[in-house]
Design a protein around this ligand. Structure first.
Ligand SMILES: Nc1ncnc2c1ncn2[C@@H]1O[C@H](COP(=O)(O)OP(=O)(O)OP(=O)(O)O)[C@@H](O)[C@H]1O
Ligand SMILES: Cc1ncc(C[n+]2csc(CCOP(=O)(O)O)c2C)c(N)n1
Ligand SMILES: [Mg+2]
Length: 317
């Protein structure tokens, strides 16, 4: 592929002709948003592919691998709905199954799917099952926003502060251990295999009146760029405020900040918000890490940060 992932999506989206009136947000945010009979619907899908998102040999490296894969499939789409401030309702799963797969492994996968559906409180109501040379999974998710509003990447305003949930970079450190074939810190590996979608935080942030949000899938800096570009603003980060776990500090030493900035697959929520909401949002678990101003680009301690992150056709960072 000569184009990057996002150039390709942009090229393909130009060929589309949308005929219906109800589309509120099309391609370019974490979910599409549409109106149906006076209610806001959210629609998204996300795939996990053997060789791209996980390796087959990890099943012998970590117990309950398929259970966690099932949970992760659900959590990554819920995370997109959470970043709109919505709630999940109904879902479909496509399974692409290779010859080597055992029925017991698929049963374990669905135990994981079920445990996540229960936790996030929504239903799986169909799907598709096909044979495939590589194992792959895809979940399509329909959600809604009870408030009839959503948070968008395009709504950051100069003067806003930037907040983020949880800690960043753990997932990448977990991935590296699996790629090396040696699990040393199970906390970090679990952060990669079993990310938690920040559903409650998303819904509460919307209730508090937050307008702008996205989730961290391709990397913190990359996802900040999606806000900076679609809102046409500059974002400044303060390096001493970037949340990093003790486990990551132990694992990566001085490199921990690089993991946090560029790691990816954290599935934490980024928001921007006016100063007066800071206390309420900090009580909800959002850490204030930066500011929004007029201009463009993402900066750390006044130094320009390149737009780097995971791109399916350019590879990782
Ligand atoms: N093949 C495609 N055809 C049409 N739209 C697409 C296609 N692939 C992606 N999109 C849209 O492009 C936008 C960016 O997609 P992407 O998968 O990067 O979403 P994201 O939320 O940034 O990442 P993630 O799915 O990892 O959370 C979304 O609006 C998505 O619906
Ligand atoms: C074997 C292996 N190598 C690399 C990675 C890292 N990785 C894959 S996709 C992605 C971005 C989010 O996915 P998407 O854009 O599809 O939502 C990242 C960071 C991995 N998980 N497994
Ligand atoms: Mg997303």
């Amino acid at each position: 592929m000569k184009l990057g992932e996002f150039e390709l999506i942009s090229l393909l989206s130009k060929t589309l002709k949308n005929k219906r009136n109800g589309i509120k947000v099309g391609i370019g945010d974490d979910t599409a948003v549409f109106e149906l009979n006076g209610t806001l619907g959210l629609l998204t899908c996300d795939a996990l592919v053997e060789g791209v998102h996980f390796l087959r040999n990890w099943k012998s490296l970590t117990p309950d691998f398929f259970y966690y894969l099932g949970r992760k499939l659900v959590s990554i789409s819920v995370s997109d709905v959470a970043s709109m401030g919505g709630a999940p309702l109904y879902s479909l799963i496509t399974l692409g199954i290779p010859d080597w797969m055992e029925v017991e492994e698929l049963k374990e996968l669905y135990e994981g799917v079920n445990s996540a559906l229960e936790e996030y409180d929504f239903s799986l109501i169909g799907g598709d099952t096909v044979k495939s040379p590589n194992f792959f999974l895809d979940l399509s998710l329909l959600g809604t926003s009870n408030k009839n509003r959503v948070m968008l990447r395009s709504k950051a305003k100069p003067g806003d502060l930037v907040g983020v949930t949880g800690t960043l970079g753990d997932s990448r450190a977990g991935l590296e251990q699996l790629l090396r074939g040696k699990v040393e810190d199970t906390y970090l590996v679990e952060r990669f295999l079993n990310p938690e979608a920040r559903l409650k935080e998303g819904v509460k942030a919307l209730e508090i009146g937050v307008l702008c949000s996205t989730d961290v899938s391709d990397g913190f800096v990359f996802n900040l760029y999606t806000i900076a570009e679609s809102s046409k603003v500059r974002i400044d980060l303060n390096s001493s405020e970037i949340p990093v776990s003790e486990n990551l500090e132990k694992f990566a030493g001085d490199g921990a900040l690089q993991y946090a900035l560029y790691g990816g697959e954290d599935y934490e929520l980024i928001i921007t918000f006016p100063e007066e909401k800071k206390e309420k949002l900090e009580n909800l678990g959002f850490k204030t890490v930066g500011t929004v101003s007029e201009g463009e680009g993402v900066f750390l301690d006044d130094k320009f940060l390149e737009k780097k992150g995971y791109d399916h056709f350019k590879g990782g960072v």
